[in-house]
Design a protein around this ligand. Structure first.
Ligand SMILES: Cc1cc2nc3c(=O)[nH]c(=O)nc-3n(C[C@H](O)[C@H](O)[C@H](O)COP(=O)(O)O)c2cc1C
Length: 273
């Protein structure tokens, strides 16, 4: 079976799970091409799925849905009734409509969604001081990813056509979800900005940025394009890209989500469908 595994990953969590799934599927004799759709250049045009028997889509959850840039790019795909498996990584908070909305987008493109799974992973905002799911994905998450690859194989090869359960529909209208997406800038009040004179001008930040939001020459980020993925901050070799201290919002976030750190840490990755 020839499979395409499309993934978006700014800080490496989704990529890590992608590799586990790829390696396990290869043990079953599949060929798996990993296609990184994080770079802006990779999403400039469409993507030809014709050489693949089925597709896998991996993405982080950004404010209850997969990142807007991925959502907006998916209409470039033509599913032709091919099977597709979804997996999401997330930082331990709510991701309520993410599975459903992603499957809806894929179905609209003509894919048949056969499975979906979610994996715990350190929250991007830990880079700014949060403490959500530190050290994840760990061995327990990797084990679920291996198991998920087995299910993907069974579903793709037709050995298992029985879907267990169905994706929970969301009652949240698109406008509300868009509004929730805007809340990230209440937490990230200072988008990545260069401070100090130690920049080596490697332009790594600019080359990485999935939306072309950062200008390495000026060291400034366009807030209207920034998706708060913080991949630039993580990659900056000199550590000169600064954001605000998010520590104060961590306790506030836990309170708002009615969850304690202990409860969060007890969460498990799971195969949803
Ligand atoms: C803008 C933004 C919004 C996020 N929203 C959520 C969320 O709604 N729920 C959650 O649990 N984690 C959320 N996260 C955390 C990411 O889903 C998580 O860290 C993910 O594993 C990052 O994947 P990556 O390393 O592949 O980029 C968010 C992260 C960012 C940057």
């Amino acid at each position: 079976m020839n499979l395409g595994l499309l993934y978006f990953s700014a800080t490496g969590n989704t990529e890590k799970i992608s590799r586990v799934i790829k390696n396990r599927l290869e043990e079953f004799g599949c060929t798996v091409d990993m296609i990184d759709i994080t770079p802006l250049s990779s999403r400039k045009g469409g993507f030809d799925c014709t050489s693949y028997d089925a597709l896998i889509l991996g993405a982080p959850v950004h404010s209850w849905r997969i990142p807007r840039v991925v959502r907006e790019w998916l209409p470039n795909l033509s599913g032709d009734r091919k099977k597709c498996a979804i997996f999401l990584t997330y930082g331990g908070f709510q991701i309520n409509p993410a599975h459903y909305t992603t499957s809806q987008l894929l179905q609209k493109q003509g894919f048949s969604v056969v499975s979906s799974a979610e994996f715990l992973a350190f929250h991007t905002f830990n880079i700014g001081g949060w403490k959500a799911m530190e050290g994840r994905p760990d061995e327990s998450d990797i084990a679920v990813a291996r198991e998920y690859a087995e299910i993907i194989y069974a579903r793709f090869s037709g050995k298992d056509s029985n879907l267990v359960g169905e994706l929970e529909k969301t009652s949240h209208p698109e406008e509300l979800l868009d509004k929730i997406e805007g809340f990230r800038f209440r937490i990230l009040t200072q988008v990545p900005t260069r401070q100090g004179a130690d920049c080596c001008m490697c332009r790594e930040c600019e080359e990485f940025c999935p939306t072309g939001a950062i200008d390495a020459m000026t060291g400034e980020t366009d807030p209207s394009r920034c998706i708060a993925c913080l991949g630039c901050v993580l990659r900056c070799p000199e550590g000169v890209l600064m954001i605000n201290d998010m520590t104060p919002s961590w306790k506030f976030k836990l309170k708002g989500e009615h969850i304690t750190e202990e409860e969060m840490n007890g969460k498990k990755s799971r195969i949803y469908l």
